[in-house]
Design a protein around this ligand. Sequence first.
Ligand SMILES: NC(=O)c1ccc[n+]([C@@H]2O[C@H](COP(=O)([O-])OP(=O)(O)OC[C@H]3O[C@@H](n4cnc5c(N)ncnc54)[C@H](O)[C@@H]3O)[C@@H](O)[C@H]2O)c1
Ligand SMILES: CC(=O)N[C@@H]1[C@@H](OP(=O)(O)OP(=O)(O)OC[C@H]2O[C@@H](n3ccc(=O)[nH]c3=O)[C@H](O)[C@@H]2O)O[C@H](CO)[C@@H](O)[C@@H]1O
Length: 457
Amino acid sequence: MSTKLIDRIYDSDHDEAAQRDALTNGEIPVAVYGLGKMGLPLASVYAETTGNVIGADIDPEVVETISNGSCHVKREPGLETLVSDLVADDALTVTTEPRDAAAQASVHVVIVPTPITDDHEPDLAILDAVVEDIATGLSAGDLVVIECTVPPQTTEQRVGAALKANSALEHGEFGLAFCPERTSSGRALEDIRGAYPKVVGGIDDESTRAATLIYEEINAEGVLPVSDATTAEAVKVFEGLYRDVNIGLANELATLTDELGIDVNEAIEVANTQPFCNIHDPGPGVGGHCIPFYPYFVIKPFETETPLLETARAVNDSMPQFTVNKLREEFDAERLAFEDASVLLLGLTYRPGVEEIRASPALDIASISSDLGADVYGVDPMLDETDAFDLTRLDHSEIYDRSFDAVVMVTHHDDFDTIRWDDVSRSDGQLVVIDGRDTLDLSDTDHRVYTIGGGYV
Ligand SMILES: NC(=O)c1ccc[n+]([C@@H]2O[C@H](COP(=O)([O-])OP(=O)(O)OC[C@H]3O[C@@H](n4cnc5c(N)ncnc54)[C@H](O)[C@@H]3O)[C@@H](O)[C@H]2O)c1
Ligand SMILES: CC(=O)N[C@@H]1[C@@H](OP(=O)(O)OP(=O)(O)OC[C@H]2O[C@@H](n3ccc(=O)[nH]c3=O)[C@H](O)[C@@H]2O)O[C@H](CO)[C@@H](O)[C@@H]1O
């Protein structure tokens, strides 16, 4: 029986029990590239599992913060303490040099940004840079795991080719798999440790086996191995496409509310009582760094026409304008010129409880309203500054000090449950309220409420 330390999982000549032991007792060094909202939680779960993780991030402030045992990723339950403990125990070390991490590690986990350009093209330059860094330190028996969301075929065709071209290795000498990060901000540790099974797809069977073994140690819900890396990439993107299209359906149904003369939200809720229907919630728009962007990972790189994906995107992107149009209808009915109006937006982040404004509907609602000449104000308990928004920032307590012609509920943070609606005033006439999330009950006020999907309840 070889007593040599096991330094690899891929194409190992030891049995799987020995590989598992080697992984969990720290004999297999792991590098995690990208220590952001998802990367730091991921590196931490890897470190709590293996005790031997080097995190690489090119942002010196990120590395400095973590190396001091602190945590720059906020509002992730348990993460701050975990990072502090792991750094104190040397289970997690960090560097600003991805190449140094690559030279040390046998398992390379990549979770860096894969943004979309203003032309909606996938921008994989960051991924390319990390892959090139990894290739400089790639050794036989290493396994590379891509966790960042990418267009299908990226792992096999783009990453695999770059690893081969920039290392002295051929396929079969190192492993490569796509294992998507199925995680939501605000519950990252819970999700990574096992809210759902981990999807694993390798460029060859041995890559799938090796990645499966690793994630069986990481994820309590187990692993779903799929046919190949492209299938795994498609799983992740399809999850997002399903959501964007279904939110688009809900939003299109909501635009029918007035002509149908019903509460569409009621009809959706009742329709969803049978198991073959899961219509999502209408709203003033779709934000975040996932759902509005994942469709372009399929729309753009492939020749096949995707009219449904593009139409759903267009419907969702139209909802901020739909929301402002409702305001204009109200003001027109009162012969109030939009440029004389004062409008308060409640909730500027893209969803409640998450300090993220990427593609938030409030961005467009504020800019469209401002462009029409209104005085726009915004309140969000999660944001200390709102420079990205075309509005004047107010604290929650300040909304009672001035009058507004209209209030729009864009994102309903818990904090807004304490709003004293009788004290939110209009200089004269009924306050107009656009309830973008169907989360308000203002029946005991004399405000005039229009609910997206609900009409004038
Ligand atoms: N945020 C989410 O809710 C979520 C959920 C699922 C999947 N994802 C995916 O995870 C990936 C990362 O997302 P995120 O939200 O953690 O991003 P983020 O912007 O919060 O963090 C990215 C980190 O990568 C670092 N980085 C950039 N270039 C680098 C390089 N060349 N080498 C090393 N580090 C580098 C940045 O400094 C930053 O700290 C994306 O592909 C995203 O699609 C995100
Ligand atoms: C693992 C992973 O990648 N997880 C993703 C993450 O996605 P996310 O953080 O981007 O958040 P989402 O909830 O998708 O919201 C996006 C925008 O869509 C609006 N919206 C939403 C639902 C609806 O019925 N009507 C709407 O209008 C909402 O206000 C917001 O602006 O968590 C979701 C589970 O929360 C997952 O499903 C999703 O895969």
